[in-house]
Write a protein that binds this ligand. Structure first.
Ligand SMILES: [Zn+2]
Length: 350
């Protein structure tokens, strides 16, 4: 049995930690794109950006009659300032789909239009148990009862505006990245930064082994996935296959786990292309890569965004297992390594 390519785990983890620590709520992804570009730069692929701001990396293949692409996204959940309240605190509007309680108590940064960064934290409006008693627990976590408390001297809307803060400013929640000795990686936004790291690990493994992809391949680093249209554009017109690399949902009833490469064969948008599903299974089997096949009930992907936009290609989906997705997430190095290895098998496969 041919063994999978070795992955430079230190380089992949370093890439991931740096990306996780780069704030990139949907709409505010430029820094993350610059970061990814700086890391892929030395690998020598041909770089460009779409008008919308996605990063494209083109990689010549041994053949180009059936071009392929991989896509993963750097944009994450986050928020924007909706209103400045009379008490100087900020009412937010969500970017992407999540529940407010998943970021309650989290530190955050407000990025002002003039380029300032103001720190704060995100709290329920009746935060103090000594003042509100049981109401602190009983208050519904909705837009009207959550707010940013700024780490600045302000008690009025006027004082907050004087800090340079205004409606439409982006807000990023702290990722709280922790890499433990047992191989677990705990952080917000492993969706989908873990998958971008897997692509990085796969490409580096190929180059380290002196391998070229079987087909001309485009790496598409998307920046609007969490709102549904990230990879709707940006691919070559002659593309035949699109492999979406996005997190696998781990939880009760799911086959996915934090230790395997997880192949998604169906989600809310329907089944992925059967030829891609089969190919991924066969490649994992042939290389002896532990994998799972799964279906996600509340999930959509950038591959489907391209299908909906009219992309006439075969779409598949694979990714590392992420526990508590769109919450305080966790994965394991094993899942990252195996996903990267399966991506490398895909890239080199005829
Ligand atoms: Zn995602």
């Amino acid at each position: 049995m041919p063994s999978p390519l070795p992955i430079d785990t230190a380089a992949m983890l370093d890439f991931l930690a740096g990306l996780l620590n780069t704030p990139s709520p949907t709409g505010f992804t430029e820094r993350a794109i610059v970061y990814v570009r700086s890391k892929f730069g030395p690998l020598g692929l041909i770089e460009s950006e779409t008008v919308k701001g996605a990063l494209l990396l083109d990689w010549p293949g041994r053949a180009s009659h059936a071009p392929r692409a991989l896509t993963a996204h750097v944009d994450t959940l986050g928020a924007m300032v909706k209103e400045i309240r009379p008490n100087g605190r900020l009412k937010l509007t969500k970017l992407g789909g999540f529940a407010w309680n998943t970021v309650e108590g989290e530190g955050c940064t407000v990025f002002t239009a003039s380029g300032q960064e103001v720190r704060g934290s995100f709290l329920v409006t009746r935060a103090s148990s000594h003042i509100f008693g049981a109401e602190t627990g009983d208050t519904k976590r909705d837009d009207d009862h959550m707010e940013v408390r700024l780490d600045a001297r302000t008690a009025s809307a006027e004082e907050t505006r004087a800090l340079g803060i205004g409606v439409g400013d982006f807000v990023a929640f702290d990722p709280r990245v922790e890499v433990g000795p047992a191989g677990f990686i705990r952080s917000r936004h492993l969706d989908d930064k873990a998958a971008v790291a897997c692509i990085f690990g796969a490409v580096k493994a190929m180059l380290d082994a002196g391998l070229q992809p079987a087909q001309r391949t485009t790496l598409h680093i998307s920046n609007y996935e969490e709102v549904g249209h990230g990879a709707a554009s940006g691919f070559p017109a002659d593309l035949i296959e699109l492999l979406t690399v996005d997190m696998a949902a781990v939880g009760p009833g799911q086959a996915s786990d934090e230790f395997s490469a997880c192949i998604c064969v169906k989600d809310s948008g329907g089944p992925y292309h059967p030829a891609m599903n089969q190919k991924l299974r066969h490649l994992a089997e042939a290389a002896g890569i532990p994998y799972q096949v799964d279906i996600y009930p509340y999930y959509g992907s950038d591959g489907e965004a391209y299908w909906r936009a009219g992309g006439d290609v075969r779409v598949g989906l694979v990714g590392p297992g992420v526990d508590a997705s769109h919450n305080y997430e966790r994965t394991h190095m094993d899942s990252l390594v195996r996903t990267a290895q399966l991506l490398a098998e895909y890239l080199r496969s005829e």
